[in-house]
Ligand binder design. Structure first.
Ligand SMILES: Cc1cc2nc3c(=O)[nH]c(=O)nc-3n(C[C@H](O)[C@H](O)[C@H](O)COP(=O)(O)OP(=O)(O)OC[C@H]3O[C@@H](n4cnc5c(N)ncnc54)[C@H](O)[C@@H]3O)c2cc1C
Length: 442
């Protein structure tokens, strides 16, 4: 069949990866169709709150300055929660510029406005149902209403990517490779947020808090419950959410909403969200399979980018940067194919080379065992060490009229009494393996 192409490239999904892919193709005057199932930009997308500016600049270039944000995230805290409080580390840079807190509808609206100005033909409110294939190559998409044709289709359709599955490019993830996350947007007035988080009255400062530990409240009873809680300050909203591995949830027969409710009652978190009004509740999956679960990234006429390819570094809450840069590289690879008039898997595999040169495959490779190791020691991380940290700081901070050296000696020996000594060695082994992998990574 002689196909009449509607565009040079079709991009499915208008999240960060799709928008970046569309922009890199449109910039050189090629015709791009960007199809998004959501009626309103950002309404199907969800995250904690940090967009990393290096990636945003790299993709949007001179348009980067147009982005409006609610706060610069200049303060990061890592807290280990215990029953009655926490141990917290803070890093603050008063001149930070590397991450913005932007709500998803603001992020996607602004990105889409920019790419439309660069000539991208944006089709919202349209679900791509299937890919159209001809002689073993993807040549277009079938939406609920119409068919659109292009020699190359970029799949930026997010974590579930039914379209990549349709092509057998990726297998179904197992539950252990997925995080389920829920998040509440909690409204408080701006002044209250600034008082509670010790922020100045301007956009140059904001907080991202990450909490570890599940040894408190009703969560104490659940074994192997590794969860990460996050809190971001926006102008007059807090984003509070929790992510838990799907396998942990099903093993413990736990409902993630109950976990978030429990988190809100923790004595360190409750005062931060007190009197706040929940104005939005959302849930989303995060791919956690990492390097070992990367699907086949190209086939004849097709490239996969962003969450659809599993490009996330969950340890550092990085996803938008992976999405933006992989989208850009997917777009650039499509341009190479267009130039050569060859849309075969062979030509498109230049995408893999570009990814290898970028931080994307390097980081995924060096973190390839980290998540697995964390999960394998989840009771240690979530229950045992938060408790031991508490014990240590009780000794340091309580003038309890008992000899300090006696207490410290007892504390030290307690590591050998509390549990089997092999557990300690397993913890040390897992931690060393993670550190060495990252240190000697690509
Ligand atoms: C709770 C949570 C917190 C996070 N926090 C952060 C953070 O703070 N910082 C960070 O950098 N990353 C974070 N991430 C990760 C980040 O959100 C993702 O990695 C990023 O959004 C991926 O972008 P994407 O464009 O690949 O996919 P998405 O943003 O998921 O976009 C995919 C798009 O494709 C559309 N789509 C899907 N199927 C179809 C179809 N068939 N037809 C048409 N359209 C379709 C969807 O509607 C959607 O708009 C977080 C994720 C979660 C879930």
């Amino acid at each position: 069949m002689d196909i009449k192409f509607n565009a040079d490239v079709i991009v499915v999904g208008a999240g960060p990866s799709g928008v970046a892919a569309a922009l890199s193709v449109a910039r050189v005057g090629k015709k791009v169709i960007l199809v998004e199932r959501a009626q309103y930009p950002g309404s199907k997308n969800m995250y904690g709150g940090a967009v990393y500016t290096t990636a945003l600049k790299e993709v949007f270039g001179e348009d980067f300055d147009k982005f409006k944000y609610e706060r610069v995230i200049n303060t990061h805290t890592w807290s280990f929660l215990n029953e009655t409080g926490s141990f917290e580390m803070t890093y603050k840079n008063n001149e930070a510029t590397c991450a913005y807190a932007i709500k998803r509808f603001q992020l996607e609206s602004q990105m889409i406005e920019i790419v439309k100005k660069h000539g991208v033909y944006y089709i919202p409110n349209t679900l791509v149902k299937n890919l159209i294939q001809e002689n073993g190559s993807v040549v277009g998409i079938q939406t609920e209403q119409e068919k659109y044709y292009a020699p190359i289709t970029i799949l930026a359709d997010g974590v579930n990517s039914l379209l990549a599955k349709e092509l057998n490019l990726r297998n179904d993830y197992q539950t252990k490779d997925m995080i389920l996350s829920v998040k509440e947007a909690i409204k408080l007035d701006k002044k209250t947020i600034e008082e509670r988080f010790n922020l100045k009255d301007d956009l140059s400062n904001g907080v991202n808090k990450q909490y570890f530990g599940s040894d408190f409240g009703k969560l104490k009873q659940y074994k192997n419950l590794f969860m990460m809680t996050f809190l971001y300050t926006f102008k007059d909203t807090l984003m509070l959410g929790v992510g838990v591995n799907l396998a942990d949830l099903s093993r413990n027969k736990l409902n993630i909403n109950e976990i978030l409710d429990e988190v809100k009652l923790h004595p360190d978190i409750a005062p931060l969200v007190k009197n706040g009004q929940t104005i939005e509740y959302s849930a989303h999956l995060i791919p956690e399979g990492g390097y070992k679960k990367i699907p086949k990234l190209t086939s004849n006429g097709v490239i996969i980018a962003g969450d659809a390819a599993g490009f996330v570094n969950g340890v550092h809450f990085e996803g938008t940067n992976f999405a933006l840069i992989s989208g850009k590289l997917a777009g650039e690879s499509a341009l190479v194919a267009l130039e050569n008039n060859d849309y075969s898997q062979n030509t498109l595999s230049i995408y893999m080379k570009k990814l290898e040169k970028s931080f994307i495959l390097k980081d995924l490779y060096s973190y390839r065992n980290v998540i697995e190791n964390l999960y394998s020691r989840s009771d240690s991380l979530s229950k045992y060490y938060p408790k031991k940290i508490k014990e240590l700081f009780e000794i340091i901070t309580c003038a309890n009229c008992v000899s300090k050296s006696k207490q410290i000696r007892e504390y030290f020996f307690s590591y050998f009494k509390d549990r089997k000594i092999t557990e300690l060695f397993k913890d040390i082994f897992a931690a060393s393996k993670c550190a060495l992998d990252v240190f000697f990574g690509k």
